[in-house]
Design a protein around this ligand. Sequence first.
Ligand code: GLN
Length: 453
Amino acid sequence: AFLARIDELEPTIHAFLHIDAEGALATAREVDAARAAGETLGSLAGVPIAIKDIVVTKGMPTTAASKMLENWVPPYDATITERIRAARMPILGKTNLDEFAMGSSTEYSAFGPTRNPWDTARIPGGSGGGSAAAVAARMAPLAIGTDTGGSIRQPGAVTGTVGAKPTYGGTSRYGLVAFSSSLDTPGPVARTMLDAALLHEIIAGHDPRDSTSIPQAVPPVVAAVEQGLTGDLSGLRLGLVTEFEVGEGAEPGVIAAYRDGVETLAKLGADIVEVSCPHFQYALPAYYLIAPSECSSNLARFDGVRYGLRVGDNGERSLEEVMASTREAGFGAEVKRRIILGTYALSSGYVDEYYGQAQKVRTLITRDFEAAFGRVDALISPTTPFVAFEFGARTGDPYLMYLADLYTIPSNLYGGPAVSVPVGLSDGLPAGLQVMAPTMRDDVAYRVAAALE
Ligand code: GLN
């Protein structure tokens, strides 16, 4: 059924970079046979899934939406992919994204943008626009995203789907094409909080192959959703971030939907208070120094030698010449912008002034979160300042694009879990409400968000 839906809608939506109908059907048949043989199967066995094309999949192309990896077929699986296969979930294919997950609209994919199923003249968010659009258009019941600065939650908000960023280190980074290693966090994209929680419990958990993976037990998010769905939030204290409340630039319709959500949370028994997080206003500039710095280091591996694209190697040109022409042809404009920014921020003479300062701001933001969580169980905000915008509306000025991440980035810098859940419409387009919780309290975020469904 999902493959038929893909056949019907993919020409318009372009959520996928690769579709593996045969592989998906083969897994589905295996599950049918296992079920017929009376085998005990996991909760999501046989449930199809789409995977963001920045997570490596053995034998299936992984491009990160870059010409640099256009014909690359990984020889191994990411830990997440392994766990999805072990859960016997048919993999429908790989979804579109902004090149190397850098962007907020999927317009920076080297293979053309994805369209928002709500209005095909509009963006599906980014970087994980393909995963969100696939779920929103019912081409896949579940998908995997990666959230470095909001790329699971913001596409979720603007496509009316659920997007959950787990605690950093709660899900393995092994086998993600690295963007910003201190921030990259894979997680679920789904229709409902329960679906997201079921997938979360499959992909989360310690991985010795990821040096920043957390060795503690996975928070019980499925049980938390069941608790949230009872609609009783009494005993929970939720904080509204003062600085976000007065923040400029948010669309009135988005704020109205968010306020309705807050009212519902209060009616369900939550105690709502205001909490000041004075350093959140510096999150965006700090992120746009830290993420490009790490990206400039991570993307140095694309040198035209080891794997991926190689341009201009005629047997006579120097290594440096081949490297330069490969990078010139292989990277898109936004990726080049980040590499240049990051290289500059890390360069001798500037590193203290830019990268060092950004790291200090990161610490201050973490302290804001810690102080807030001394008073409240979770923080609430809109997920994004605006609904899905039209193609081209923000590509002319990088800063306008970066503003999409205003509310999502603080929790990335801190490392705690954050979930976006649909909270209504603004001018007929979906808006999201974000719940941010303390590190390794993913269950709290899931519980609160589920109560809103
Ligand atoms: N918009 C953010 C960026 O461009 C999102 C990154 C992400 O979460 N992958 O960096």
